[in-house]
Design a protein around this ligand. Structure first.
Ligand code: PHE
Length: 367
């Protein structure tokens, strides 16, 4: 009888305190006090061992009932308080998304990304799509199909990074040394006419102030019927005028050699020496001017068209390629290529572009 009152009093007292607890921590303290190692209910449970079987079958259910009631109350109160804490936090930390931001977004667009966006915009306006290819290439796409057979000295010239193992077809695997394999992939996979640019990373084992083992190129390819050198020259002139944002760009096509184009031409632009810097524009033959090489180009070699599975009697075209990093340096006045890939925040802040200034022909190509 006495024991009964004790259990009831204990339970009523604990339930009242649990109900009054106002933090999850207070609930936890009550749990320890009631059900912990030396808790009040734990102590009651321990008394069962010393009881006679009759006492135990009378008291046992009461004590267990008490424990269950208190455990349930603790769990419920804890959940209730945790929800309240969460709601309070959500209310306190709520952000009104309709308010104007008090800081512009930080971080900047890398000059290489900026120039690639500019190029995509310029060439999209001339009807070119953007194509991509893998950076891990096989030697067929990177060399053989581009009319660079195994014994060709150009293979050695490219300072190629090779992988130790060949692919399933026995082709040597490498990091592409130029974006020209995208020409092959586009011709093999697509239906002419083709007008694409292919910007991306390329790799050569070479490193100094103007060379890094990884750098960026952009490839251009046009395949159609009746394509001539005139189309090539017009395309490059239109591109360079839009890119450097001036009309006085003068081009000089200089006979050159690439295994995958015939004839081949290196493209120079005229520049003027101004305060120790080269400013693009004007004829390179004028007083105080010079010529600077900016692109490799030519008419796609019939062997390349054939290797890609097209009939060279039906389809002709031109291709060109240039370094994106170099274009960025020329346009935005950086002089050390290595700084492009150092990730120095001060450099990025200085030379980076706002993410919100997207280059458009109507709104201005440079940000
Ligand atoms: N792939 C050549 C290079 O890396 C550039 C090039 C592309 C030349 C297309 C002609 C035509 O130097």
């Amino acid at each position: 009888m006495d024991e009964m009152t004790n259990i009831e009093t204990l339970q009523a007292g604990l339930l009242a305190e649990i109900d009054a607890a106002d933090t999850p921590e207070a609930v936890e303290a009550l749990r320890v006090r009631a059900l912990g190692k030396s808790g009040e209910i734990t102590a009651l449970l321990k008394t069962l061992g010393a009881m006679t079987p009759e006492q135990r079958s009378a008291e046992g259910p009461k004590i267990h009932g008490c424990r269950e009631a208190v455990t349930a109350a603790l769990t419920a109160r804890k959940a209730q308080l945790e929800t309240a804490v969460l709601n309070q936090k959500l209310a306190a930390e709520a952000v009104d998304m309709s308010l104007p931001a008090d800081m512009p977004p930080s971080g900047s667009v890398h000059p290489v990304s900026q120039v690639m966006d500019e190029l995509a915009e310029i060439f999209a306006d001339m009807g070119f799509a953007v194509a991509t290819g893998p950076e891990i290439e096989d030697d067929w796409h990177n060399f053989t199909a581009l009319n660079i057979p195994e014994t060709h000295p150009a293979r050695a010239m490219h300072d190629t990074f090779y992988f130790p193992d060949a692919d399933a077809e026995g082709r040597a695997m490498l990091l592409r040394t130029h974006t020209s394999p995208v020409q092959i992939r586009t011709m093999v996979g697509g239906n002419p006419p083709i007008r694409i640019i292919a910007p991306g990373r390329v790799y050569r084992s070479d490193s100094d102030a103007t060379h890094t083992p990884m750098f960026h190129q952009i490839e251009g390819l046009v395949i159609d019927k009746g394509i001539t050198l005139g189309h090539l020259k017009w395309t490059l002139e239109t591109f360079l005028k839009a890119f450097f944002e001036r009309d006085d760009i003068v081009l000089r096509l200089r006979p050159s050699y690439f295994p995958f184009t015939e004839p081949s031409a290196e493209v120079d632009v005229g520049y003027k020496q101004e305060k120790g810097r080269r400013v693009i524009g004007g004829s390179g033959d004028d007083e105080g001017h010079g010529w600077m090489e900016v692109l490799g180009s030519g008419m796609v070699h019939p062997k390349v068209i054939e290797a890609a599975g097209l009939d060279p009697d039906e389809w002709q075209g031109f291709a060109f390629g240039t370094g994106v990093d170099r274009l960025a340096m020329l346009k935005y006045g950086m002089d050390d290529l290595r700084a492009f890939f150092d990730g120095d925040l001060r450099w990025l802040k200085h030379y980076g572009f706002s993410a919100l200034d997207i280059p458009t022909l109507s709104g201005g190509i440079s940000a």
